[in-house]
Design a protein around this ligand. Structure first.
Ligand code: BTN
Length: 325
């Protein structure tokens, strides 16, 4: 959706009844046929827009594309999502959010895209990001805490996404795979990539990028064994705008409480209860090599506790976990 189409959609959302074509022409400095083209484009995207001669246009139904006009009315946050930049297509929302953060974007600014041409995952992997089906967004955070606490942010985000998914899809069997994936049916439903700009004692910003497979049904063959979507798990479709607002509505209070206390402990029971890894035998690949063992839980600051074959418990603060078959 280009910017003008999105602005026209905003106006249609904001209007209680019909909005006259003439008013739209004046406001956006365009001809009637240009207005009509934007309306047609919105219809092609799934919006039901009634047009009555002499009265104008009225938005009757919307498909839940995560533009500001759809997301804002559903927000209960103070900061998260109050500034929301939507791209019909972009390379990566993390990349865009980092650029905005460097230009001074405030905490809670969200960049969201319908399509990513260079979506990125952890370990420099690609994040498959087709148009029209999923959620790809990044939140700018400016946490005034010691940088040693920053690795806890993905866990806060994962808990927020997990809560929102459970609220949207009753009965969904989703769990949190430490440190930052959401799994369902043994496959990945959501991935989180945090990137930061920091000095040794101070983080300038942290961008938390979140990708959720929402209505994707045609999973590319090469990731069919490892990826799933909400639609595949539940058999129904979801509004991406509503899901985005719901995630932000949960993420902000979790983050604020954590900022206030500097303590992840209140969230640990939730993370443990919904842990995908607890009790499993895994291998963790980290920067210092790999370690195998059985997961016994989480440490006070969110590290994974791993008991090796000799009964020694290791504290793992980062890495990529795989279940041992
Ligand atoms: C992973 O599991 O490897 C993390 C995937 C993170 C994907 C999201 S989609 C929105 C944001 N933009 C990106 O390029 N990546 C993150």
């Amino acid at each position: 959706m280009n910017r003008l189409t999105a602005q026209i959609l905003d106006r249609l959302h904001a209007s209680d009844g019909f909005l006259s074509g003439g008013e739209l022409c004046r406001e956006f400095g365009m001809t009637r046929s240009a207005v009509w083209k934007h309306v047609s484009q919105l219809r092609e995207m799934g919006y039901t827009i009634k047009a009555v001669s002499g009265r104008g246009y009225r938005l009757a139904e919307s498909p839940g594309i995560p533009v500001a006009a759809e997301v804002s009315p559903r927000l209960s946050t103070e900061r998260f999502g109050r500034s929301l930049v939507f791209h019909g297509s972009t390379d990566s929302t993390n990349r865009q959010a980092k650029a905005l953060a460097r230009q001074g974007a405030g905490e809670g600014c969200v960049v969201v895209a319908d399509l990513q041409t260079g979506g990125r995952g952890r370990m420099r992997r690609e994040w498959v990001s087709p148009a029209g089906v999923n959620l790809y967004f990044s939140v700018v955070l400016r946490p005034s805490v010691s940088p040693v606490l920053l690795p806890q942010i993905p866990l806060l985000a994962a808990a927020a996404v997990h809560q929102a998914l459970k609220a949207a899809a009753d009965g969904l069997d989703a769990s949190i795979k430490w440190p930052n994936d959401i799994m369902a049916g043994g496959r990945k439903l959501c991935g989180i990539l945090c990137e930061m700009d920091s000095e040794p004692d101070l983080a300038h910003f942290v961008v938390t990028g979140i990708g959720v497979n929402v209505n994707l049904r045609d999973i590319p063959e090469d990731i069919q064994d490892i990826a799933t979507s909400l639609a595949l798990e539940t058999g129904r479709e979801f509004s991406r705008a509503a899901l985005l607002a719901s995630i932000l509505n949960r993420f902000e209070p979790l983050y604020d409480e954590w900022l206030r206390t500097g303590d992840l402990e209140p969230l640990l029971p939730y993370l443990e209860e919904h842990s995908w890894l607890n009790g499993r035998e895994i291998t963790v690949e980290g920067y210092n090599g790999s370690l195998g063992g059985t997961v016994t839980g989480l440490g006070r600051t969110g590290e994974l506790l791993l008991r090796d074959g000799d009964g020694k418990v290791h504290t793992v603060s980062s890495g990529e976990a795989t279940i041992r078959k």
